[in-house]
Design a protein around this ligand. Structure first.
Ligand code: ATP
Ligand code: ATP
Ligand code: MG
Ligand code: MG
Ligand code: MG
Ligand code: MG
Ligand code: MG
Length: 254
């Protein structure tokens, strides 16, 4: 095709290839979900339908992008880990961030009725997306540990906050005031002595968030035989210690 005189404008596009041989993380996070969760009557502190919908959207993203080897989600965010050697879209950061966040957002809306059958979505939600690169395996592990520690800290806080509001009748600002400056030991103690809640007995889903990885699982074929097939499985497990990484050594191998 002949080139038009306008073609030169393409030269204004900037190159944004991710550094070779580094872990690529794309993290999406819901825009204004503090408000979105209220407007859609999420149960507090944790709406399990919403968490399941987030993981459904993340699974859809992983099914589309085979180079994602692991995803980790909590609250209104999900992180997707692309293998170091991945070459998808020539490692262009904006392509990766926009494809992942737009597919995530459209899947969230697409599957919404399956998780909230009686409540129509009031307005279209948005998710931001960012790319972060990590050169070493330790950096990658520390990144995931950081997100999981964040999940734990926020969940402990939110469990206290909502117990004070829902069971003690405090206003949100009184509840916030009461928790200001408290250490985690004091929050555990408050939950136990005031509300009879042993935080350790809360579900791993809310304490640890959700890990998605691919696993070979036996599936039954039509002819009655079984075959090992790769499937995306959900686990609510610890990523901070060594156990997960020993069990899933292949994740860090090229
Ligand atoms: P921003 O646009 O800066 O991300 P935000 O309001 O989304 O603002 P976040 O720090 O991302 O703030 O926090 C997300 C908020 O969404 C949580 O604090 C919580 O109030 C709410 N939320 C997300 N998921 C759930 C859930 N499953 N159950 C209950 N509340 C949730
Ligand atoms: P890529 O993922 O690289 O963008 P693509 O298949 O989306 O691949 P584009 O160059 O973006 O390729 O072209 C979009 C194509 O979508 C068009 O070539 C056309 O076939 C189809 N298309 C888009 N909008 C319409 C429309 N309104 N009516 C009919 N066809 C459309
Ligand atoms: Mg935020
Ligand atoms: Mg958010
Ligand atoms: Mg968030
Ligand atoms: Mg096009
Ligand atoms: Mg196109």
């Amino acid at each position: 095709m002949a080139k038009s005189k306008f073609e030169y404008v393409r030269l204004y596009e900037t190159e944004d290839k991710c550094l070779p041989n580094t872990w690529i993380i794309v993290r999406v996070d819901g825009k204004g979900f503090h408000r979105f969760s209220q407007d859609h009557s999420y149960e507090k502190p944790n709406d399990l339908r919403a968490l399941a919908l987030m993981s459904k959207a993340a699974t859809t993203v992983m099914e589309e992008f085979k180079d994602i080897c692991l995803a980790y989600g909590q609250s209104d965010e999900y992180s997707f880990v692309f293998k170091k050697e991945c070459q998808v879209y020539s490692r262009r950061g904006s392509k990766l961030a926009t494809y992942v966040s737009s597919l995530f957002a459209s899947s969230f809306v697409f599957y919404w009725p399956d998780y909230f059958p009686s409540a129509r979505s009031q307005y279209p939600p948005a998710f931001d997306g960012r790319v972060v690169l990590y050169p070493s395996d330790q950096n990658l592990r520390d990144y995931l540990s950081w997100r999981q520690a964040d999940c734990h800290i926020n969940n402990l806080y939110n469990t206290c906050f909502w117990a004070l509001v829902q069971k003690e009748g405090l206003t949100p600002s009184q509840s916030e005031e009461k928790l200001r400056g408290t250490f985690s030991g004091e929050k555990n103690e408050l939950l136990f002595s005031k509300f009879g809640i042993n935080y350790n007995n809360e579900s791993d889903l809310v304490k640890k968030g959700t890990v998605l990885i691919r696993k070979k699982v036996p599936v039954l074929l039509e002819n009655g035989e079984t075959r090992a097939k790769s499937q995306i499985v959900q686990q609510n497990i610890d990523l901070i210690g060594d156990e997960f990484w020993k069990e899933n050594e292949h994740l860090l191998k090229s």
